[in-house]
Design a protein around this ligand. Structure first.
Ligand code: ADP
Length: 487
């Protein structure tokens, strides 16, 4: 087992720390481009080892067979373990991912919260009794699928893992997590937590490997019974295709191009906080980021001015030097991601959009992009259609309510949406009309672990968070009993 900034990190399989059949990968610090540590890289044989360990545990009944309250306590204890080690985990996350240290602490707390929430739900999955007349007793029971495979993206390696792992464990599944190649180090803490709280070996397996090798091997493994994936649309298609071949259900969360509709009566001063969190949190690398604002033309100038001032006010630099909540932003995850975003901004400007703030990389080492506000964006531009996954806001304008909804719904995605107005009727009309899995009224990200989250359209299917997420991890069994003859 490695210490927080050990030079080499192993995978966690069947309760043991092991090397990878595919060798090692160098993990870099995006704040300076320098190597941070090496991570063991799993090959298909390692993935098979992990799946078979999870399957063996499942079949043994040593996890699923526990009384749910016992399982729930252990799940909650994982969260507590993460909180107890936040001072070690958060700096590690910052150094591999780039986010400010205070944001890394927010993520550790968010990850812990999932284990609390789903730990508490473990003993709430009760079946029902269905009346079939005097000659029968019938009841339903919720059983875990067995082996839950979870393929994790690099933007929130702790929270995304916690989201699926907590619910899968609470419902009695054994799990194989494929951690992201860019940010794999902090995931080791899930293996440590599982050991520390006494989960049986094989309940939590964490392997890092490349997507095309380890990820694809996991998605296609014949003994995986359920798959959770968060990431890009093309990868989601590959995974869903693999899952179709083995006939296993998937949950797919594939990003978005989410829009806030800002009406003429909106409180724009309050909206600055929504912009702050909506597009500049985690340097905009958030599936549900507010990447578009669709503002009534009468308030556009004021909104653009406020957004540009906010963007310029953020101090951008190494996350490790940003321990306190405030007007700051860290590095993006990699120079490749930063360069892709910068190129998309340049293309938008060439297509007629105007830069109200930012738009360029910082003149220093590291994957830094200026907080960026683009105005004069039209709905058909690529910047208004494709996910940028960066601190890049596109401002569009509307005249009529119907036009606002049409623009908001005018992408293939449908993850979240927002409407900002003092008029409850207008807000409710938008809430009904927006094609999105979550609608925020007057506060971007209103909700929490308790509220179901997931996409319409190409944002994917299935729901994470809330009670809804539990149904991803269980299958219903009906038991019908014919009673004996006459008395
Ligand atoms: P991004 O393009 O943002 O890196 P991806 O969707 O490619 O997002 O990656 C998200 C996760 O999916 C990562 O853990 C990655 O290793 C994994 N992955 C990538 N390609 C595949 C694949 N073909 N099969 C399974 N997993 C994959």
């Amino acid at each position: 087992m490695a210490s927080p900034l050990a030079p080499y990190w192993q995978n966690h399989v069947a309760g043991a720390w092991i090397d990878g059949g595919a060798g090692r990968i160098v993990v870099s610090d995006p704040a300076n481009g320098e190597p941070l540590a090496e991570q063991a890289l799993a090959d298909a044989a390692d993935v098979d080892h992990a799946v078979m360990a999870a399957r063996a545990l499942h079949l043994s009944g040593a996890w699923f067979g526990l009384r749910p309250v016992e399982r729930g306590r252990m799940v909650r204890a994982i969260g507590q373990y993460l909180l107890d080690h936040a001072e070690e985990i958060a700096p590690l996350l910052t150094r591999e991912q780039g986010k400010p240290l205070w944001e890394a602490h927010v993520e550790v707390a968010g990850a812990a919260r999932y284990f609390e929430y789903y730990g508490n739900q473990a003993e709430t999955l009760e079946g029902r009794s269905i009346p079939l007349g005097a000659d029968y007793i019938d009841f339903t029971a919720y059983e875990p699928y067995g082996v839950s495979a979870q393929i994790i993206p690099w933007n929130y390696p702790l929270e995304m893992t916690a989201r699926s792992l907590s619910a899968a464990l609470a419902t009695g599944n054994a799990c194989v997590v494929k951690s992201p190649e860019l940010t794999p180090l902090s995931s080791a803490w899930f293996g440590r937590a599982a050991e520390a709280v006494g989960l049986p070996a094989g309940a939590v397996n964490v392997v890092c490997g490349t997507g095309p090798e380890a990820g694809a091997a996991l998605a296609a493994h014949p003994h995986v019974n359920q798959i959770v994936f968060t990431g890009s649309v093309p990868t989601g298609i590959s995974i869903a295709t693999a899952a179709a071949r083995t006939i296993v259900p998937c949950v797919l969360e594939l990003g978005g191009k989410s829009a806030a509709i800002v009406h003429d009566d909106a409180d724009l001063e309050a909206f600055e906080s929504d912009l702050r969190w909506g597009i500049f949190f985690n340097a905009g690398q958030v599936c549900s980021a507010m990447s578009r604002v669709i503002v009534h033309e009468s308030r556009k100038a004021e909104l653009v001015e406020r957004a540009a001032a906010l963007a310029r006010s953020l101090s951008v630099g190494p996350g490790i030097e940003r321990p306190e909540f405030g007007a700051n932003m860290g590095a993006m995850v990699s120079e490749a991601q930063r360069d892709r975003a910068e190129a998309m901004v340049a293309e938008a400007v060439a297509a007629g959009a105007r830069l109200a703030a930012g738009g360029h990389k910082l003149n220093r080492p590291g994957a830094f992009l200026e907080p960026t506000v683009l105005t004069g964006v039209s709905p058909d531009m690529r910047i208004a259609q494709d996910e940028v996954f960066a601190p890049v806001l596109s401002v569009l304008s509307f005249r009529t309510e119907a036009e606002a909804i049409e623009i908001a719904n005018g992408t293939p995605y449908g993850l979240v949406g927002g409407v900002f107005t003092r008029d409850i009727d207008r807000a409710m009309r938008a809430a009904r009309a927006m094609r999105a899995g979550q609608v925020f009224v007057n506060e971007w990200y209103a909700g929490g672990v308790e509220t179901p989250f997931g996409g319409y359209g190409k944002s994917g299917y299935g729901r994470e968070k809330g009670r809804e997420a539990l149904w991803n991890y269980v299958q219903t069994k009906n038991v019908a009993i014919r009673l004996g003859g006459t008395a």
